[in-house]
Design a protein around this ligand. Structure first.
Ligand code: THU
Length: 130
């Protein structure tokens, strides 16, 4: 199954009764394993979580921390773009050259690197002592 297919599949489980906007995300780790997540909304709106955050949580829970590639899909007029917070979350575990595939359920696809999505990302190395 392709990474995009894994995202498409888990999107079916999205819990989005408030926005009605279901999102699926899947990531492949450098070790070759796939972890996926969907958005999970909440009656207290800010408590909802994005699909990318779910996929990252599944990866870390499985004992992995290195993202090689990401795919995100939603029913949207144009390929769904990870929110600002998720760009920062992805940058924590993916190198700047990791490819993020953004897709619509209708078949449109766009790609960007993590660095293109979040130029100048704040990273752990910024906290290194001089
Ligand atoms: N959402 C995601 O899960 N990922 C994105 O990249 C964009 C937005 C979710 C959050 C919320 O549940 C719904 O889409 C509408 O913002």
């Amino acid at each position: 199954m392709s990474l995009l297919d894994a995202a498409r599949e888990i999107r079916k489980n999205a819990y989005a009764p408030y926005s009605g906007f279901k999102v699926g995300a899947a990531l492949r780790t450098k070790a070759g394993h796939v972890h996926a997540g969907c958005n999970v909304e909440n009656a207290a709106y800010p408590e909802g979580t994005c699909a990318e955050a779910g996929a990252i949580a599944a990866m870390v829970a499985a004992g992995e921390t290195e993202i090689a590639e990401v795919a995100v899909i939603a029913e949207s007029p144009e390929p769904v773009s990870p929110c600002g917070g998720c760009r920062q979350k992805l940058a924590e575990f993916a190198g700047p050259d990791a490819i993020v595939t953004m897709a619509t359920t209708a078949g449109a696809v766009a790609t960007a690197t993590v660095a293109e999505l979040l130029p100048g990302a704040f990273r752990k190395s910024h906290m290194d002592e001089n």
